[in-house]
Design a protein around this ligand. Structure first.
Ligand SMILES: Nc1ncnc2c1ncn2[C@@H]1O[C@H](COP(=O)(O)OP(=O)(O)OP(=O)(O)O)[C@@H](O)[C@H]1O
Length: 334
């Protein structure tokens, strides 16, 4: 019998209506997610990378059940989050928490750290904050802060410390999964590694899983067992970080690699990668990447490539995957 995955995402689609351009034309749609399938086993971590507009944050919102998908399934330990009752969803929320990009915007400046960190408990267990003190102090210690810090306010902390506070808030319900949307990209380079190290330690200590959203392959390489590369709402390549770094099979992954310094090459790194906007006005037939692809041929212009196996545990949605893999290693900056 195979174990039920912690997170099981099936055929996930999300479309948003675009503002109507004219009374005489039907409103258009953005396909923010276009048939995404991924699984995360307990204690494992998945990185989602892609340019701005590729659908990463939409994916995070759907995994957190902050929105309902147009179609498809998000199941946590076998429970489809969009089919369970509101009450059950509220109870299930204990198991998955989120850490946001901006540690300045995500912490209410008028609240003490005690209140901020206890907030998920308040939602789950009621308003008796007096009983939360010891748990808040413990969560703060787990992220390298002092229990006494709970009487302070967010402005008394640096960016890195604020992100630790946001992580403490996520940890307080003892979740199984933390969805972290660009958790270090707003931080100074020198602080990014400290926060990633903390996340790694917490994973080992508590058997946590992460879904880590980032535009930066180097960041997901640091923390994740598996990486899914998204382009225009689809996963175009998926595999272990070393598969992507050493034998990347999609020209889009290659372009991302060429834009981001490589962690496993050692030395200083963690600069922001290319921030190009993934355009939704992709080719309507064939491969959505065809307009940018240096290897595209007629077949690519005509047929949509399915995500297919190109190695052990390594998938790519590219007709020319073998040709991409045969190229010399990507010229990595840094
Ligand atoms: N609420 C919304 N209404 C309409 N369109 C949306 C909405 N949310 C996202 N989109 C569109 O869906 C697509 C995917 O957006 P999303 O924010 O998920 O991408 P992203 O990869 O997270 O980008 P970024 O790194 O900039 O956050 C984009 O074209 C975006 O404009």
């Amino acid at each position: 019998m195979t174990a039920v995955p912690l997170l099981d995402v099936k055929d996930l689609e999300q479309r948003y209506a675009l503002p109507r351009e004219s009374l005489f034309r039907p409103p258009g749609q953005v396909r923010a997610l276009n048939g995404v399938n991924v699984q995360v086993a307990a204690g494992r971590s998945l990185g989602i990378v892609g340019e701005s507009g590729s659908g990463k944050s939409t994916f995070a919102r759907l995994v957190m059940a902050l929105e309902r998908p147009t179609s498809g399934q998000v199941a946590l330990l076998g429970r489809d989050l969009n089919r369970i009752s509101a009450d059950e969803l509220r109870r299930t929320r204990r198991d998955f928490q989120m850490v946001f990009q901006d540690p300045y915007g995500s912490l209410d400046p008028r609240q003490t750290i005690a209140r901020i960190v206890a907030e998920p408990l308040t939602v789950l267990e009621g308003a008796d904050r007096a009983t939360f003190g010891e748990r808040v102090a413990a969560a703060l210690r787990q992220v390298g802060l002092r229990g006494a810090d709970m009487e302070k306010y967010p402005h008394e902390f640096s960016g890195g410390q604020r992100q630790r506070i946001a992580i403490a808030r996520a940890l307080i319900t003892q979740p199984k999964l933390i969805v972290a949307d660009e958790p270090v990209s707003a931080l100074d380079v020198s602080v990014q590694a400290q926060v990633l190290n903390l996340m790694q330690d917490l994973q080992e200590q508590f058997g946590l899983s992460y879904v880590l959203i980032s535009h930066d392959l180097a960041v997901v390489d640091y923390l994740c067992d598996e990486v899914a590369v998204m382009y225009l709402g689809r996963i175009v390549e998926q595999g272990r970080p070393e598969d992507l770094f050493e034998h990347c099979a999609h020209p889009y992954t290659r372009a991302l690699l060429e834009a981001v310094p490589r962690a496993r090459a050692g030395g200083g790194r963690r600069r922001r990668g290319s921030q190009a906007i993934a355009s939704q006005s992709a080719a309507t037939t064939g491969c959505p990447y065809v307009v940018r692809c240096p290897l595209a041929d007629q077949h690519c212009r005509e047929a949509l490539p399915a995500l297919r196996k190109v190695g052990e545990g390594h998938l790519a949605a590219c007709h020319r995957a073998e040709a991409v893999m045969a190229l010399p290693p990507a010229a990595v900056e840094g």
